[in-house]
Design a protein around this ligand. Structure first.
Ligand code: NAD
Length: 262
């Protein structure tokens, strides 16, 4: 069996980094339609136009939305359904890093900002996707009714090392793994398959500045593979989790971190 995806994919954070790479990977591997969802409109439109030029046979639409806002998420999902008739694959990738600050110096608003996007945002999207998928017919076989992949982090399964004071980010990413397990069990009999991916350091705009300044070098030294992931090394894993190749995976937190947490 080849690693192929079918139908319509809904990708949050689709304007940049891992979300954009996932859209490209899906377009190369069988997807018919892609809804790119992102808060950043210029990035979103640029990515939509690039995809349309590179893959003229794939239907690509862009919907600006804030994943932390209930009405905005509902609107993005209903616009996607209006355009494409349903959603077969949901990728919850939108996220922010937050300013590193130890807990004793962190304000409630700094905490809340990261939790709202990285934790509540995933839940809001997952709820909207599940509600939509429950209304759809099962595609049968190893396809099922729908697939959701939540983008957590290696800091969703382990604590960050010393210099990383990111309690908000770490808590939110652990919550994403917990939510993935809960809802994977709750909806697997209705043939909605949910898993999480937990990437290590990935060369994307979210950490580009730190990579360029050299401040990440000690982290790469601590990584057995000795470097950050190229973004395609993560989107390929998301492609696998989204395809029927991973049909027996349910509630997994798949770590793709170059060995960092080993
Ligand atoms: P990125 O900054 O390139 O992409 C994140 C995208 O999310 C951006 O396009 C941004 O506009 C969008 N976004 C931010 N807040 C949003 C909101 N409220 N609503 C809608 N869209 C919003 O970064 P990336 O590295 O591609 O990150 C994608 C995901 O991967 C994030 O959840 C991040 O935590 C996770 N992750 C990244 C790394 C890494 O090292 N790059 C490692 C582990 C996990």
């Amino acid at each position: 069996m080849a690693c192929q995806v079918k139908g319509t994919a809904f990708i949050t954070g689709g304007g940049s980094g891992i979300g954009k790479a996932t859209a490209l990977s899906f377009a190369q591997n069988g997807i018919e339609s892609i809804a790119l969802v992102d808060l950043n409109l210029p990035l979103l439109e640029k990515t939509r136009d690039e995809l349309r030029t590179q893959f003229p046979t794939v239907n690509v639409e862009a919907f600006q939305a804030n994943v932390a806002d209930e009405a905005s998420v509902e609107n993005a999902v209903s616009e996607t359904v209006k355009h494409f008739g349903g959603i077969d694959i949901g990728i919850n990738c939108a996220g922010i890093s937050g300013t590193p600050t130890p807990t004793d110096r962190m304000t409630l608003s700094e905490w809340q900002k990261v939790i709202d996007v990285n934790q509540t945002g995933v839940w809001l999207c997952q709820r909207a996707l599940i509600r939509q998928m429950l209304q759809q017919e099962s595609r049968g076989g190893r396809e099922g009714r729908g697939v959701i992949v939540n983008v957590s982090s290696m800091f969703g399964v382990s604590g960050p090392p010393g210099p990383f004071d990111i309690p908000h980010y770490t808590a939110a990413k652990h919550a994403v793994v917990g939510l993935t397990k809960m809802d994977a069990k709750a909806y697997s009999r209705q043939e909605i398959r949910i898993n999480a991916i937990c990437p290590g350091f990935v060369d994307t705009p979210i950490i580009k500045q730190q990579i360029e300044s050299g401040s990440m070098n000690p982290m790469f030294e601590m990584t057995p593979v000795g470097r950050p992931a190229q973004v395609e090394e993560i989107s390929d894993a998301i492609l696998f989790l989204s395809s029927p190749m991973s049909s027996y995976m349910c509630g997994a937190a798949m770590v793709v971190d170059g060995g960092f947490t080993v």
